[in-house]
Design a protein around this ligand. Sequence first.
Ligand code: SF4
Ligand code: SF4
Ligand code: FES
Length: 321
Amino acid sequence: MKIIIDRFNGKEKYQKEYTLTSEEIAGKTLLSVLLLIKQTKDITLNFTASCRSAICGACAVRVNGHSYLACDTKMEELLKEYDNPDTIRISPLGNFRVISDLIVDWEPSIENLRKIRPTIVPKSEFSPEKGCKQTQAEFDRISKQWDCILCGSCASECNKLAADSSDYMQPFVFTHAWRAADDSRSNDPVIHVKPSVANGLWMCVHCQECADRCPKGISAADDIASLRVMAQRKGLKDGTGPAHAEAFYTDLVDGSGRLNEIYLALRSEGVIGSVGKTDIAFNLMLAGKMNPLHIFGEEEIEGHEDLVKMIKAAQAAASKE
Ligand code: SF4
Ligand code: SF4
Ligand code: FES
């Protein structure tokens, strides 16, 4: 079979094709195939890997546009996923600057991790003598997030980062912010939530790609949602995002149970912000996605009463946590 690898020599991008026999691929992982190419066909190929055990996070690459942890990906299963093609294409992770071939620049991500202060400041009741203990249940709350190996697979697939990375952090950065903020030993969760809000917490487009691709089963999208709830509870409510969330709540609970698109923009962005979006509103109306008559209100959806009961019950349960 043919393996096309997207290469970069520091000046220009190019593709290189390698032919491997089925015997050469049999029983190997994606990382073993990359090593085989380097060791027997092209010593100039650059990529990173270390542990070969899905721990260090260094070996993530894209195959046919989707991210995979190379040492944790069996070639047999990978090829089956793509209906046993004659050719696959291996590329560096998306949404990262490429340094050389399959090696990407982690510095901006590390900078973002610094911003959310990933180390907790313990409560005053703890000390070197007494220790800094938590119960099993408190640890279980954050153990999934601790599994993050910083492989970058989630960031590679993130649609918000692809659209505009200037005001958004990599999904795993939010996972680490939530891991620190939800730690029962933390004296002040807000020190992790505030920088998250300031660096795009409300800009996530909920595409769930991060959760789909994480080799450890972590959902950065869920962690972002949890950070948003904590931000609201801690009074960090400035900006369009929190107002948008409030508008959803108003329509679902106090309104008809259906999102009122006419009032959504007004509630989220105010009169001045909404005026700048009249062209969008006009196009939505033309496409039948927004009904101007809903300015007078909407008919209540069937089962609205039950929906409100469910939301109130969830709120009551959450307030006891
Ligand atoms: S859900 Fe949000 S963080 Fe996850 S990939 Fe989509 S935009 Fe990015
Ligand atoms: S959240 Fe998952 S995909 Fe993202 S860096 Fe951590 S381990 Fe990798
Ligand atoms: S080589 Fe360490 S995670 Fe793959």
